[in-house]
Design a protein around this ligand. Sequence first.
Ligand code: MN3
Length: 306
Amino acid sequence: MFLRIDKLPVELPQSTKVDPESAAAVQELMGGRFGEMSTFNNYLFQSMNMRGKKQMGAYYQLVANICAEELGHIQLVGAAINSLLNGPETGVVEEGEAFATGTPIADLVSGMNYNPHHFIAAGRNSLPVDATGAPWNGSYVFSSGNLIQDLLHNFFLENSARTNKLRVYQMTRDPAAREMLGYLFVRGGVHRDAYAKAIQKLTGTDLTKMLPIPKIGNEIFPEAKKYMDMGSHTKLYRFSPDDYRDIGQIWEGPVPDGGVAEVVDAPPQTAGDHVELAGIGSAFAPDYHPAEVFEMAQKLYKAAKR
Ligand code: MN3
């Protein structure tokens, strides 16, 4: 089961403008083969399917625990996409009938590489699709039942996710997208290193000799360096109030990016507030007169208080 904390792993700065092309590119990190929906679902199916969970001890717990962190990564990527599709707009944008009958969407999109579904199917928000608009699909999940094969796959998956993230970084200067990327370079690095440690303990094979892939360190990116200075690259968060007590049997010793592995008995201390999206009349989100819908929700809140 999952409990939920109503925060993002980190707070994102506001996007400076509506940027549909960057939003479409960032979708790869959501619903692409190596996106966060894939890391989450791989670890979900592997941990769900693992035989002898008690006997597997730390090996089972490691996959199950990282799985929970990945749910928050899905949310963080989604928040960055939403930020890109909404720019600095907050509160309520009531635009009047001229907008409804005009071309408010055509006025926002420039260039060819945006995803029309962000505007037609969704109300300027994220979707479970990749950068080409293709839906995430279950064939991205590898759950073989063989522990070493699954762990080796996960090591490959985290490195592939990193490669894609580095390329998306090169596609946008948006501050929200780059903050999300910097944080996930570091957290994906921890997961990569954790799977390498698990494989080393099982087989004696030192996969860290290959790292980093590609051969460029996280520390040259200011948005990642910031989190490394906080020691995030050494920390594995225990995403459970009572369980997964043995993950420190694997997450211990030196880590490839410097420092010593540490299990933290809490969610990330960097946690921050959601990206607040404006109600936008012309997008009918939440409706043509957003203020009225917000007011109805507030009435419910006030009635409950009485
Ligand atoms: Mn992740």
